[in-house]
Design a protein around this ligand. Structure first.
Ligand SMILES: Cc1cc2nc3c(=O)[nH]c(=O)nc-3n(C[C@H](O)[C@H](O)[C@H](O)COP(=O)(O)OP(=O)(O)OC[C@H]3O[C@@H](n4cnc5c(N)ncnc54)[C@H](O)[C@@H]3O)c2cc1C
Length: 566
């Protein structure tokens, strides 16, 4: 296949684009994928991801004693989403959440139904591990997962995207598809109200390793024509200026310094390009950033940081050394915690908060989000998995952060620990006596089998779940217990990651204009489309729903393009 035409052009060879491509190739459509990065970056963010997948009422859950149901999942999803833009606009256009809510319902049904068998047919295998991510705001009808639903696949993110990358490679070898790397889309071609192709720049070859920022040297222009164009270009998390521009007032002020949870190519540029061509962008003020970012001691992309997926036990202090109040408990309420840190005038001037843990807690409860941080799962090394997850001591990557991470300090006693913390943040020195008092108050509650400490309730609840007790939650112990030591403090930063809003689409991933009409020839999928409908998550995510959102919306786009072509 060559030349400047195809049946379909897909902009972005991340997970959503690759999934859409598999569908269009299967339907016999000549498919061109274009991506601004080189072949080494095929698969986009998904390759780097932890791979967590949201599934409902799966055999893996049942085996661990979890009782889930589509009704419970929908209650959780709706309570988390909080869609409040459902009503039509004054000019009659659909509300910004009108399609988002429909996507949410469809996605929960998918996750409770066909998803697992489809994953398996696609070559994605699940481990027996089901994590309990985003436990929520401590209210039944509010945000959060009532039960564990975060399924980890073999291969982590590489195991999710691998089968689709392989399918693309096979299609290229068979002459049914083409991947044009270093092709950056700069505009959509619109004729008579229909999108008929793309134009852009061919960028100079760049052999930087996967994930590293590549050059933007333009060698020449290009133009490609097709009956359909799918935008699968990801979100905005790599461009902190864009993040700041759309940062909502309800989350206070953005930190003056954030760290990057995504490579630089997650630049959000294509969203503006789609808008210029007539697409409606909605819910851009909804984003999913984490408060537990740590700077990577071996960075790959600019400002590269890793999110700690914490178990329930770390003591969480703000920049003034005060314990965060519930529901700002570790692993509970991502945006609720971000809001707290950014809207309290006493601390909003600082960009950090603190975890204090024993080494025992760090060893068992710190999971690092990223394929490269979980070599046992990523390389499907079952022996290493048993050794690292069930054995004593911290997994190698966690210990490496404790030893080498710029945000980690260790000490045998509280006073010494606080002195080391203060050396990291001289502009926000903590009072050692006050920090020790907070630690002792928490430790004293351990002797009380009832306790009024919400975090201890959360820890005990977590241990009632077999999966957590085995792999993710230490038996409650005093932070000042020398046998569990040394003490470890971690300075946490706000880490940018996902965009929850984006291009508004209908259930066939067709792009809508500001009046709610379909733009012929234009489709959008994955993070660019707010994972479907311009905001399938609403305000809050239940985790593991982003990769799943790419699978579901990418598949819908590919199938709709194929149906239209018939
Ligand atoms: C470290 C990490 C851990 C994660 N863990 C999880 C997890 O456990 N579970 C989960 O559900 N999600 C997770 N995620 C999120 C998830 O991986 C992403 O949301 C998802 O992969 C986004 O896929 P996408 O295809 O929409 O976009 P991307 O992967 O961003 O791909 C978009 C592609 O489009 C290209 N592109 C952009 N603009 C242009 C243009 N103008 N012209 C040409 N090409 C362009 C980019 O180069 C890129 O290759 C994680 C993400 C990261 C980074």
């Amino acid at each position: 296949m060559d030349g400047n035409g195809a049946d379909v052009i897909i902009v972005g060879a991340g997970l959503a684009g690759l999934v859409a491509a598999r569908e269009t190739v299967r339907a016999g459509l000549r498919t061109i994928l274009v991506d601004q990065e080189g072949p080494q970056d095929l698969g986009g963010q998904a390759w780097w991801s932890f791979g967590g997948l949201f599934l409902v009422d799966s055999p893996e859950q049942r085996r661990l004693g979890v009782r889930d149901s589509p009704e419970l999942a929908w209650q959780d999803w709706r309570g988390s989403a909080g869609w409040d833009r459902l009503a039509p606009e004054a000019d009659g256009a659909p509300g910004a959440d009108a399609w988002a809510e429909r996507w949410g319902r469809a996605y929960v049904d998918f996750a409770a139904g066909e998803k697992r068998s489809w994953l398996r047919e696609s070559g994605i295998e699940l481990t027996p591990v089901v994590g309990w991510a985003e436990r929520g705001d401590l209210t039944a009808g509010g945000h959060g997962n009532s039960v564990p639903r975060f399924h980890i696949p073999w291969g982590t993110g590489t195991g999710v995207v691998g089968p689709f990358a392989d399918a693309a490679a096979e299609a290229v070898a068979a002459g049914r598809a083409e991947i044009r790397h270093r092709h950056r889309c700069d505009g959509l071609l619109v004729e008579g109200g229909r999108v008929v192709g793309i134009r852009g720049s061919v960028l100079a070859e760049d052999r930087t390793p996967r994930g590293a920022a590549s050059n933007r040297i333009v060698e020449r222009d290009f133009e490609l024509r097709a009956d359909a164009v799918v935008v699968a270009s990801g979100g905005i998390g790599g461009d902190h200026e864009l993040v700041r521009r759309f940062w909502p007032d309800r989350l206070g002020t953005p930190p003056s310094r954030m760290v990057a949870g995504v490579p630089a190519y997650v630049d959000g540029r294509m969203l503006g390009i789609a808008e210029e061509a007539g697409a409606r962008l909605v819910n851009r003020d909804r984003m999913w950033h984490y408060t537990e970012g740590v700077r990577n001691w071996a960075p790959v992309w600019p400002g590269h940081a890793i999110r700690i997926l914490p178990g329930p036990s770390p003591l969480w202090l703000d920049a003034l050394g005060r314990r965060l109040p519930p529901p700002a408990l570790p692993g509970h309420d991502t945006l609720g915690t971000l809001r707290l840190l950014r809207t309290d005038p006493a601390i909003a001037g600082f960009d950090h908060s603190w975890f204090i843990v024993t080494h025992r807690i760090a060893a068992k409860e710190f999971a690092l989000s990223g394929s490269e941080q979980n070599p046992d799962l990523t390389h499907r090394d079952r022996r290493l998995l048993l050794r690292t997850r069930l054995g004593r001591g911290a997994p190698g990557p966690v210990q490496a952060f404790i030893d080498r991470g710029a945000d980690f300090v260790s000490a045998t006693g509280a006073a010494e620990l606080v002195a080391r913390m203060n050396a990291l943040t001289p502009d926000a020195p903590l009072d050692p006596a006050a920090v020790e008092r907070v630690i002792r108050e928490r430790d004293a509650e351990l002797a009380n089998p009832f306790s009024k400490d919400a975090q201890l309730h959360s820890i005990r609840n977590s241990r009632r779940y077999l999966g957590d007790r085995l792999t993710r939650t230490t038996a409650p112990h005093r932070l000042l217990d020398p046998a569990a030591g040394p003490l470890v403090a971690v300075r946490l930063h706000v880490l940018t990651r996902k965009s929850l809003g984006g291009i508004q689409t209908d259930l066939d991933s067709r792009v809508l204009d500001p009046r709610g009409a379909v733009i012929p020839g234009l489709y959008a999928a994955g993070e660019a489309a707010g994972f479907g409908g311009g905001g399938v998550h609403g305000y809050n995510a239940l985790e593991g729903t982003f990769l799943g959102g790419c699978l579901f919306s990418g598949r819908a786009a590919g199938r709709a393009v194929a149906a239209e072509a018939r």
